[in-house]
Design a protein around this ligand. Sequence first.
Ligand code: ZN
Ligand code: MN
Length: 486
Amino acid sequence: MEKTRSVLDRYPEYRMDIGIEVHVQLNTKSKIFCSCSNAQTDTPNKNICPVCSGYPGVLPVLNRQVVESAVMAGLGTACDIQEISEFDRKHYFYPDLPKNYQITQNDRPICRNGHVMIRLEDGTTKKIRINRIHIEEDAGKNMHSDMTHESYVDLNRTGTPLLEIVTEPDIENAEEAKAYLKTLRAIMQYLGISTCNMEEGSFRADTNISVRKRNSEKLGTRCELKNINSFKFIGDAIEYEAERHIETIERGEKILQQTRLWDSKNRKSLSMRSKEDLADYRYFTDPDLSLVEVSQETIDRIAAELPELPFAKFNRYKEEFSLSDYEAEIITSDLSLTRYFEELMERYPGKSSVNWLLRDVLGCIKEQKQLIDECKVTPHKLAAIVKMLEEGVINNKAAKEIFDIVAQDGGEPEEIVAEKGLKQIGSTDELEAIAKQIVAENPQLVEQYKGGKQNLFGFFVGACMKATQGKGNPKVFQDILKRLLG
Ligand code: ZN
Ligand code: MN
């Protein structure tokens, strides 16, 4: 694969230091501190109550499932799960935060000191250290109407449980950042604790980036890129920021510590606020919530129930199904795709099935903007098509035709073969008779072919295929014709 180009190719004396904070929205049934539904809804302020709306005098009650999800996330990223952790209040004033403070974990997070292994384009792996994972609640949403110039607040999202996963600044370029985010998202998806849908904001990344000369020990001044909702944009934003930082330093100017937004349309970052305006959050322990205790017994139980995670699956697929790194990487990057793949392998294993999945199924869902689960060519239908092809019942052209019909309108591959008469003319005797007739009908061309016009061979194969209305096996025809024209 071609190496991704980077701004560092132009400034080899510099390096980047990147740390990423990810907010993962948990898919628990109810919210974190009340019994309101945690389901997404389009009706504003539908799933709210006095607790998540911040009425005075109410008491939060911690949802046990949130703690279990956090332990799963911690185990999935090789963290030490803390026996005791604690909730704090983080104060800020914003219309979508009715209590005027967010309940989060500051000094004593639930998980510490983990890591995620990432795989790079050149086939090497790298360990990205996780500093911490803490539990917190989400805020609501402000909505601004361009029509009336009024602002509204929707509190459905207040009290949605979040995990914030924070890395050490181990990431050195855009490629590593994207690889880390893809891997982390796959882990959370596999664990089943979040939909990790980036468009819906269930998986949000804040990227801290700074640059320094390679020979310098001291980290440069960092900027934070807020909430960018696609891996590609995050990569673009990192490249842009690194270039901006390097050019600022090269001009002899200072970099200001800032929070910045990515304008994906104009492909540049914009200052949102500088460090001077950063709030003092006045953290203190939340007196309404007791310490969170996680026993070793609980950790052991959850560890025993943990599903197979992306890295393990990647290695197993390579071993068990002889996949290349590239194939295993694509398939294991998405949980639904692994389900499709495993079902396909159960029904019709082999290279041919893998190729049809990666080329035709992925191509098809991309074109139709579908999720893999929405594809009408289900694993059992694809297996049926590939099986008929491999067993010589149909040829490649017919297989593609059947695939397209199923992808468009559904239907059973075997029935389509029968209906459309796509069965390959199989018996060699039958094909031999056709080939003999074509040869007999074209004595002049046979003469020319034998005289050295090698490219006429294609004409004979084509004529044979035409005589069978495309249902002959071109490979068999080639063998016969080679013999007849020999
Ligand atoms: Zn509520
Ligand atoms: Mn946070």
